[in-house]
Design a protein around this ligand. Structure first.
Ligand SMILES: Nc1ncnc2c1ncn2[C@@H]1O[C@H](COP(=O)(O)OP(=O)(O)OP(=O)(O)O)[C@@H](O)[C@H]1O
Ligand SMILES: [Mg+2]
Length: 374
């Protein structure tokens, strides 16, 4: 299967990164450097330029201290054609362009990148909202309608909560109707998607050498069949609490490992394996949906102390058309290795014969030396 290719990444005033352009070949690019060198920042910038998304809530954090605006740009090849995606960042503001035309996040291609990082363990051990966020963000990438319905549903919940608190109970029927319509669609979509997600995550968990079976289920506060009735039954309680207590915004993606919820019983290492299995499942689902493997960004493979998971990450990187892997040590087997130092990236070793895209399938990728302008 062919893949999305990040041909070049340009940044200006992005965190500690020196301004400039990095060109990437196909295959694995390894980036190593000491703590604080800018490795995570580079992957974060690549993910933002490829998907338009960041989980940072205060966008100004991404802007270099002392500057007002930042900019990232990806030259990428997707679906056999080249395009340029740009993201401009200012105080609380994000502007996206594709080939020079302003777009919204939802208009960007949705299967461009998957980012695996040490913080993914939080998916397993953190709160249900983190797992819902994983599920919602993945399903929104599989279906733009799902993403729109989730946004509408969330807006309805906060408007309904405001009405509950302000005593506007006469408005409740209107909110209830849209809540049930939107919430039912969300629950049904989640149920359908979970079947395949569960299969893929279980396969990945087993491939990671786990002897315990992983099962993904939804813990639902209501069902599509009973939502309207459940809402009516808890009306008095909702008025007392001033918030909506029934619906898919309260659901959890339960990760059961060896018969017990991983969030409460898994060891740190087992949790890390489950998180990796979820990311692998994300990669496969996006590839199935869009017919191309996303660019794989792996942050800090050296954070993996378990040799089995370390090797799994490196094998996974080698199995996709393009991956960028960072670590405090040299990632082995890379087509291009860069050394990171104070936000600058210099070539340590370049493959003598960089891999080019199959001309039958896609246009050749610009591969070559890395230019970093100071
Ligand atoms: N807005 C910003 N402006 C300037 N510098 C920033 C900004 N945000 C973060 N930094 C700095 O960027 C540096 C590099 O951070 P980064 O997380 O990329 O390092 P890293 O190479 O991944 O290190 P580690 O190996 O510890 O994970 C940090 O020292 C941090 O202080
Ligand atoms: Mg880091």
């Amino acid at each position: 299967m062919r893949g999305v290719l990040l041909c070049a990444l340009s940044t200006l005033n992005y965190r500690n990164l020196a301004p400039g352009t990095l060109e990437f070949p196909q295959g694995v690019t390894g980036i190593f450097g000491e703590n604080g060198a800018g490795k995570t920042n580079l992957l974060e910038a690549a993910y933002l330029a490829l998907t338009g998304q960041t989980d940072v809530t205060r966008l100004e954090q991404l802007v270099q201290q002392g500057e007002k605006e930042a900019y990232v740009r990806a030259d990428l090849q997707q679906g056999g054609s080249l395009s340029i995606q740009e993201v401009g960042l200012g105080r609380g503001r994000r502007q996206l362009k594709v080939d020079g035309v302003k777009v919204r996040t939802g208009d960007l291609p949705r299967g461009s990148a998957v980012w695996i990082r040490p913080e993914d363990s939080e998916l397993v051990f953190g709160s249900p909202s983190g797992r819902r966020g994983y599920l919602d963000s993945l399903l929104s990438r599989l279906s733009s309608r799902y993403g729109q319905q989730v946004s509408r549903y969330e807006r309805t919940v906060s408007q309904r909560n405001a009405a509950l608190r302000s005593g506007e109970h006469w408005a409740m029927q209107v909110w209830d109707e849209s809540l049930v319509t939107l919430g039912t669609e969300i629950m049904l979509f989640r149920r359908r998607a979970l079947t395949r997600l569960d299969e893929l995550a279980c396969e990945a968990n087993a491939a990671l050498g786990s002897h315990k079976a992983l099962v993904l289920t939804l813990s639902e506060s209501t069902t599509p069949e009973t939502y309207a009735a459940d809402l009516a039954a808890r009306h008095a309680e909702e008025i007392a609490r001033g918030s909506t207590v029934t619906g898919p915004h309260r659901d959890d993606l339960v990760l059961t490992l060896g018969g017990f919820p991983a969030s409460d019983y898994a060891s740190r290492g087992e949790g890390r394996t489950v998180a990796l299995a979820l990311r692998r499942a994300e990669l496969e689902l996006l590839a199935e949906k869009f017919g191309e493997k996303p660019v794989l960004l792996i942050d800090d493979f050296t954070a993996e102390l378990d040799p089995n998971r370390r090797q799994y990450l490196l094998d996974l990187a080698a199995s996709v058309p393009q991956a960028i892997v960072t670590g405090t040590e040299h990632p082995p087997g890379a087509a291009l290795t860069l050394r990171a130092r104070s936000g600058r990236f210099t070539v340590e070793t370049a493959c003598a014969d960089p891999v080019h895209a199959d001309p039958e399938e896609v246009d050749p990728v610009r591969a070559g030396p890395v230019e970093v302008s100071a």
